[in-house]
Structure formats: C-alpha cells, structure tokens
Design a protein around this ligand. Structure first.
Ligand code: ADP
Ligand code: ASP
Ligand code: MG
Length: 817
C-alpha cells in the first residue's frame, strides 16, 4: 500500500484534477493506492473568510458563498468537457446539497450570534469533502473501483474541534475492521477527523498533511507521498527565495524543525508519527512528476550538506515575564505552557532564566488575540501576590532559523555570516537561540526587510555564493569593454560561486539601474532610452536600500568631480576600483585621506590600471612591500604612446610622422599634445613612487619638456601636428647623435632611492632592458633589496581599452579576497 496526498495547489482547477487522477492511475499499476485530498487551492481560506466576516459584521458575506459555489460548479463543468462520461448531474446534486448544509450552518450561527468551534470545523472542511466526491467520480468514470473513507468515523481524535490530535493506536484498530477490496483505490478527504461523539473535527490549517500521515500508518503503507506545487523541500521557500534549491534527502528531525520554524511545505504534526512508524515520506511536485523530490527518512546519508535550510516566521510576538521570586519560575512556566497547549498555540524559543528571573517566549500573531491580556489573566494570582514584577509584549518580530544537524559545531561561522549579511541592513539582533537538540539556530529581528535579509543569508550560508554588486560610472572605451568582459566571464565565475551583478551603469548625465542585475545583452539600448538624470548621491543610497554585500563603484571616467567624492563613496559602503588617475595623482593630503578612509571603513580602494593599464604592477608592488622589500631604483617606459613614438624614431621616422602614426594606432590621448607634454607619464610615476612610500607631489617630479614653451598655447590638434613638424630636424639630429654611439632615444621615468623622480628623454644602449621597448609596449624595471643586481622586470602592452578593462576586472576579483 502506498499513500498519496494532494494539496490544494494540486487541485486548483479541472486540469489539475485530471492531472492528479493520472498520477494516481499511473501508480495503481504497481501498488494499492490510498489517496488523501485537500480542498482546492484557496477554498478553505474563503470559507474561513465567511466566518471571520460574519464574526466582525454579523452579516453573512453572501458574495463569497456564491463564488465558492460557482467555483465548484464550473470545476465539474470543465471536467465534464474533458471526460464526457463524467456523472455531472449526480455530482451537481451533491454540491447543491453541501451548499444547502452550509446555508443552514450559516443560518445557525446567525441565530446564535457567534460561530462555535463545532460549526466552524464543519464549515471550513467542506472543500475537502467535495474534492473527494469529485475525484472519486473521475476515477470511476475511467473504469476504476473506489472506496471513499469517512475520516469522521475512522480517525478518532480528541475534543478540540479546530486543532484536533488523533489517537493513532485506536484509529488503526478501526481501520483493521474495514473491508477494502485489493483492487480498490482508497480516497479520504484530508483535514478531517471525528471525536468520540462522532462529531467532525479538523486537524488545524494545513492539516491534510497530517491526514496523509494518519492514513499511511492506518493502512500500513510502505511510503507516504505528499504531492504539492514545488520539487520537494527546498533550502528555503522557492517562491520567495529564487536561489533556493531542492534537497534530495533530509531526516525526519530536520524536516520537523524546518516545518515547525516556518517551511509550510509540510505540516509539522505529520512528521513525528511517520518517524515513529518508520514510514519514509517523499515530497513531490504534481506539475513535474518525474522530479525525484525530497525523501524524508531516518538516515542522514548526505552528510556533506550540514545546513539544510533557512526558514522564517514573521509577525511574531515576544512575551517576557519578569518574576520576583525564582522559585516561582517553574510554576509560572507550567501554567503558561498548559494554557498555550490547551489552546493549541505554538510556542517558539521558550527560555527561562533563573539568574534574571525571567521567562520569555514567542507566539504567532495569528494564533491569538491579546495574548498579553490572556497571560495576565492566567497569572492573576501571582500578580495579586506581587510575585510578578512586569509582563512586556513586543510585536512585529521575525524569527529567522537555520536548520541542520549538529549546528552548534558551526555556530561561530554561521553567526559571523549572519552578522555580515545583516551589516548592510542596520538591523540589530534581538536574540540568538539554539534548540536543545542542536538542530537549529534562530535569530530574532525587528525588520521590514525580512525577504531581502533571508535572501542574503541564504545565498551566503547555503549557496556560499559571494555576490559583487557593480556600480559602473563611465562608459567610454574602457567602461564598455569592461561590461563585455563581465558578460563573458560571468557564467564561469558563477560556477565558482562568485556572482557579478551590475546594478548601475552611468555616465556624467544619466544612468540605468536594476536591483538584481542589468541585462548586459541589452544595456546600450536601455541606456539610450533612459531618462534618469545622473546624480551621484541618488545611486549611493541604493547600497543600504538593497543591502548589497560587496558593493563596488568602478570609476572609468577622467572626472575630477567624481574623484573628489571618493571619501563619501567609501563612507556610503562602497569599495572603489578606479581607472581615473585624478585621485591618486592629486595632492598628497587628498591621496592619503582616501587611503585612510578606505582603511578605516574596511573597504578596498584598487587602482591596478593607473600604471601599466592591465599589467600586474600595483598589486605585485604591494605584495613585495608587505614582504619587506624596498626600492633601490626604478626605471621604465610608462606610456604606450611614448613607446610607440620613440620606437619609430629608431627607424628614421620623423617625430611628427611617428606621432601621427601613434595616434592612428589609438595609443595617444585625443590630443597627442597631452602625451608629449610628459604629464601623463609623470602622474604614473607619482603613483608608483607613492606606492613605495615616498611622500611627494606631482610638482616634485622633474619633467624634461619635449615641446618648447610656445606649444603650450596651441590647443588645436591639427595646428599642433603642423607645429610639431618644426621639431623634426632637431629630433632627427638627436636620434642620429645617439645612433653614432649605438644608442636609441627613450622617454624614461626614473625614481631614485632617495625618492627623487624625473621624466626625460634618455639615450640607452642595448644592454638596457629599455632598448627593445617600442610599438606601444611598456616596461617597468625595479631594482629592489630582493631584486638586484638583476632587476624585477614587468613588460607588455600598457595601453588600450581591452587591457585596461582586463586590469579593472582583475581588481574586481580582488574585492572579495
Ligand atoms: P499544498 O497546497 O500542496 O499543501 P502548500 O501551499 O501548503 O501546498 O505548501 C507548498 C508551498 O510551501 C510551496 O509552494 C512553497 O511556497 C512553500 N514553502 C515554504 N517553505 C518551503 C520550503 N522550504 N521548501 C519548499 N516549499 C516551501
Ligand atoms: N484545506 C486545509 C487548509 O487549507 C487543509 C490543507 O490543505 O492541508 O488548511
Ligand atoms: Mg499544505
């Protein structure tokens, strides 16, 4: 025998009823099948709403009543379209009869002027009874024999009409007396049982899962299958946490803890009896029958996943009782627990402290009205005798729980990660609590941001994914190239659990944004049509709003204004990666301030591309210095354009032609005058020197001017190139003079051990590593304490959008180191 339970989500319409009938018939071939059915989705809620509305307004909301009836009549009409032999008239009569009964019950509560629990149970269980009739008729239409069981007569429960508990032993005996033919399919409406007076009682909301457990035990099923609308038990609710994943196996204890602490995929009451009778349970998806689902057993086979899931309960109320005499603590807790258990109110995180003489616990808002008042009433005697100092109530709390075997072993790591996840949300942890069986760890928070927090903790703790949230400003050559690299590399990194999310793309006038991720296949179009005006402060606040874990602002502009804001950007929670040399080559005080603020706020400030574009210079230097090295002397060709121009001079090309050619190849700034002025090389040299700890300003660097003074006033590019021709002869002479000595001219940046820096044209012979550097290549020659007399040399292309973007990308991965 096998028991299958189909929840409301599996019975939402005619097609789903038919789908469920096929699942049942598929299984009938191998086993005798017992089926538990819920009410179609939302029907119980609607029935409950009728009662609630009546209780508040004393008027029966007739429109809800009519809608429910309409739903069932439409349902069987639709089934009849699919199966034309469906006994529609017979079922219609049943439905009409049921609604007459419902009408009578509603009349009854109007006469009484309130709704007793007994009637409440009869009303809200109607959906289950109709589901069972409707399904029975479908299976019979398809030529099967069906036995319909009456849970009121078979499942003996206590006298609680709303949250009844079933006596399994006695119910089992009743089942033994039943005669069911082997070929029959058994159907039983879920959610319902009967008390000793044969009155209908219900098993609590979501109680059909419990019915499935009871039927599995009473029919000696070898397995209980719970069919729902998701692929099993997930690491968190998949309908709110998109990155949650289904668990293939889980123990009863873990399932119970997840269910109790908020995973509503299975009712907690259904698990313990299954464990006691050792009946395995699978949670399966009606909409995806071939998915294996989650198997719940006694064994914890897959030990690799220690943490099984994250759940949450919102709208929780904390009750804290301060008592004076600690001898009273046990008495008071007993009284409270008895009351809550009688009322079937679940209690969470109950603590009693003998040192502070307090008892505290949480209950769900929906479970009880005015809980504080009720507790006061129960403890009236103690209050009168002044044994209780005060009772406080705090509402709107959330309990987030991490569930997994032996969780205490990992508590430090877990709590650290939770704290990191919460950091961005400015939420204080109210309480941290373990359950006694060492299977869950709960934290209590007061927040309106619960879903985002759960998402963060889930990704961090379960998926172990490290997100990097990117805000890119500047979408010229480098910025655009960077977005291409991110798009290319993203999937590969995702496999290594690094998630690159681009959340903002901006230029100096406008921006686009997406809370999760901008679609990089379409960003240019989205950007073109965007009407959002760029305003730095507007985008900075997004970090706190969305609680990004590793936000990074990438500055691909050349803007002094943006560079001036680095301190406030870091204070807003960002790491910074910059290709904009303006900040590091500014005044020493400003340079130091950004570095200090980054340090103070524990943020990364990275600028690998400031020197040598994509070449690995800065990071290597930092590592060398950390390991105790220091500079003796540096020499290098730090500019792609100067490397290209001076390299051509070797081949007797004039300086003006060489400059034009370098411009054509894309090595120069828009106006090549900016390259030949030497200032760009000086800025890079300044950044390098500061990296070695020299406290210098840009003005301390001696720049040998290539251009005569009158060039300073020529700003027009064409005019500049024409004027440059006038320098051709002078340069040819210099080149030839060097050639006589078997030397070439190079534009060289130098840092001496005492920190003095210069940028100038140098003659170098072929013993120098600089001799062969041309065609845009850069070279960096470091003579250090560790690297001498043979220096550390790094050479390669030091300019171009692609290599610069790749340098920024390597910084991006350093964010999470
Ligand atoms: P049914 O109608 O089949 O009883 P429920 O709506 O009661 O279905 O339960 C299924 C729902 O439980 C899913 O749609 C999902 O949103 C929710 N759920 C909450 N937590 C989890 C979890 N950890 N794993 C799977 N589903 C979960
Ligand atoms: N229909 C009932 C409810 O919605 C029982 C169940 O579906 O489990 O609570
Ligand atoms: Mg359910």
């Amino acid at each position: 025998m096998k028991t299958l339970k189909f929840g409301g989500t599996s019975l939402a319409n005619a097609n789903k009823f038919i789908q469920v009938s096929s699942i049942i018939l598929n299984q009938v071939k191998n086993d005798q099948i017992a089926v538990v059915l819920s009410a179609p989705a939302n029907i119980t809620n609607q029935l409950e709403k009728i009662i609630q509305k009546y209780t508040f307004n004393h008027i029966v909301p007739i429109e809800i009543f009519i809608n429910i009836k309409k739903f069932f009549l439409q349902l069987i009409d639709d089934i009849n379209i699919i199966h034309d032999k469906y006994p529609i008239n017979k079922i219609k009569k049943k439905i009409t009869l049921k609604f007459k009964q419902l009408n009578n019950l509603l009349d009854h509560i109007q006469t009484l002027n309130y709704c007793p629990d007994k009637i409440y149970a009869q009303i809200i269980s109607m959906g289950e009874i109709l589901s069972a009739y409707i399904m029975k008729a479908i299976l019979e239409t398809l030529g099967n024999k069906v036995t319909l069981l009456d849970p009121v007569k078979l499942l003996l429960a206590n006298n609680n009409y709303i949250n009844a508990v079933v006596d399994i032993h006695k119910s089992k005996k009743r089942f033994k007396k039943l005669k069911i033919y082997k070929q029959d399919i058994i159907i039983m409406p879920g959610f319902i049982a009967g008390n000793q007076f044969n009155e209908l009682v219900v098993l609590g909301r979501n109680g059909s899962d419990y019915s499935a457990t009871l039927l599995s035990i009473c029919t000696n099923s070898h397995i209980c299958e719970i069919w729902t609308d998701v692929n099993g038990i997930y690491t968190s609710d998949p309908n709110t946490i998109s990155t949650a994943r289904p668990l293939s196996e889980i123990t009863y204890q873990e399932a119970l803890e997840l269910a109790y602490l908020g995973a509503k995929v299975i009712h907690p009451a259904s698990i313990k009896p299954l464990q006691y009778y050792n009946i395995p349970c699978t949670i399966k998806n009606t909409n995806n029958c071939n998915h294996p689902g989650t198997l719940i057993t006694n064994q914890n086979k897959n030990n690799s996943d220690i943490i099984k899931g994250i759940t949450y309960l919102s709208n929780m109320i904390l009750i804290k009782i301060y008592s004076i005499k600690n001898i009273q603590i046990a008495n008071i807790s007993n009284k409270i627990l008895k009351y809550l258990s009688d009322k079937n109110i679940s209690v969470y995180l109950l603590h009693q402290s003998l040192s502070s003489n307090t008892i505290s616990f949480y209950v769900h808002k929906n479970n009880t009205l005015n809980i504080k008042k009720k507790i006061k009433k129960i403890l009236n005697k103690e209050i009168q005798k002044k044994l209780i100092e005060s009772i406080i109530e705090i509402k709107n709390l959330n309990i987030i729980s991490i569930v997994g075997n032996n969780i205490k072993k990992y508590n430090v790591k877990i709590i650290k990660k939770i704290c990191l996840s919460l950091e961005k949300f400015n939420n204080k942890i109210f309480e941290i609590s373990y359950n006694i069986s060492n299977i869950s760890l709960s934290i209590v928070l007061h927040t309106n941001n619960i879903i985002n927090i759960i998402k963060k903790i889930h990704d961090f703790i379960i998926n172990k994914t490290i997100p990097i949230n990117i805000f890119l400003i500047g979408i010229g050559g480098v910025g655009s190239e960077l977005l291409k690299i991110i798009l290319e590399q993203r999937d590969k990194l995702e496999k290594k659990f690094i998630q690159l999310n681009v959340n903002v793309i901006a230029n100096s006038t406008k921006y686009i944004t997406n809370k999760t991720n901008i679609n990089l296949n379409n960003w240019t179009h989205e950007f073109a049509v965007s009407k959002k005006n760029f305003y730095l402060k507007k985008i900075l606040i997004l970090v706190k709003k969305y609680g990004y874990l590793n936000p990074v602002l990438i500055d691909c502009t050349a803007s002094q204004d943006i560079a001036n804001e680095y301190n406030s950007i870091i204070k807003s929670g960002f790491n910074i990666i910059t290709a904009n040399k303006k900040s590091n080559s500014s005044l020493l005080l400003d340079y130091l301030s950004v570095h200090q603020i980054a340090n103070k706020y524990d943020k990364k400030f990275l600028y690998e591309t400031h020197v040598g574009a994509g070449l690995p210079i800065i990071d290597n230097l930092k590592n060398l210095i950390k390991s105790g090295d220091h500079l003796i002397k540096f020499q290098g060709i730090l500019s792609g354009s100067m490397s290209c121009i001076f390299g051509q001079l070797d081949d007797d090309i004039t300086i003006s032609d060489a400059t034009k050619q370098a411009q054509k190849l894309g090595f120069t700034e828009p106006n090549p005058k900016d390259d030949l002025s030497g200032i760009d090389v000086a800025r890079k040299l300044l950044i390098l020197a500061r990296e070695f700890g020299y406290s210098i300003e840009l003005t301390d660097i001696k720049i040998e001017k290539i251009l005569p003074k009158h060039f300073e006033t020529i700003n027009n590019k064409k005019k500049f190139l024409l004027q440059l021709k006038k320098l051709n002869n002078q340069f040819t002479e210099k080149v030839n003079y060097a050639k006589c000595k078997n030397k070439v001219l190079r534009y060289v940046g130098t840092i001496k051990g005492n920190g003095s820096c210069s940028v100038r044209i140098k003659e170098v012979d072929n013993n120098s590593p600089l001799y062969h550097i041309k065609n845009g290549e850069n070279i960096f020659v470091f003579y250090t304490k560790y690297y001498q007399p043979i220096p550390l040399i790094i050479r390669g292309y030091g300019a171009g959008n692609k290599v610069t973007a790749s340098g920024i990308f390597s910084d991006l991965l350093r964010i999470i180191l």
